[in-house]
Write a protein of this length. Structure first.
Length: 146
């Protein structure tokens, strides 16, 4: 009886280890698109701010249904931004959405001030815009700061 249980457990383990997911959640690399939603792909690559890349940090990428909700901080979706990832993909139902993105500077001295960050070190720059999500399609947006 114990040998049969051991064989079943080994078969179960080997069967589970052979499964490969079609798309890794949050990986952003899969080609599968849910036909009831669309995707927003944000290219959050840093521009030239005359600041060393090590001193620039992404602090926010959020979406809301309208501009007032964005202003109030009532977000429908927000990306978990980091200093190492440039592309962010967010799935949403079709429609128009407003987005905002923010970066900050942590370089020492007056470098951040010369780079155009208000208040210098730890000052933040913000930008926003509107994006249309189309069912079953990916809409791309490159984020630029003034």
């Amino acid at each position: 009886m114990k040998q049969i249980e051991i064989i079943l457990i080994l078969l179960l383990i080997s069967g589970l280890s052979a499964c490969e997911p079609e798309e890794i959640p949050g990986g952003g690399g899969g080609e599968n698109i849910d036909l009831t939603t669309g995707r927003a792909e944000f290219d959050f690559t840093f521009q030239d701010f005359r600041v060393p890349a090590s001193g620039l940090h992404r602090i926010d990428l959020s979406l809301s249904k309208d501009a007032i909700s964005l202003y109030r901080g009532e977000f429908l979706a927000a990306a978990n931004v980091s200093d190492v990832k440039n592309i962010y993909i967010i799935k949403l139902p079709p429609g128009d959405y407003y987005w905002q993105a923010g970066i900050t500077c942590s370089s020492k001295g007056d470098t951040c001030l010369w780079g155009g960050f208000p208040g210098g070190r730890y000052g933040a720059k913000w930008t926003m815009g509107k994006i249309e999500i189309i069912k079953g399609e990916t809409t791309s947006k490159k984020i630029n700061f003034q």
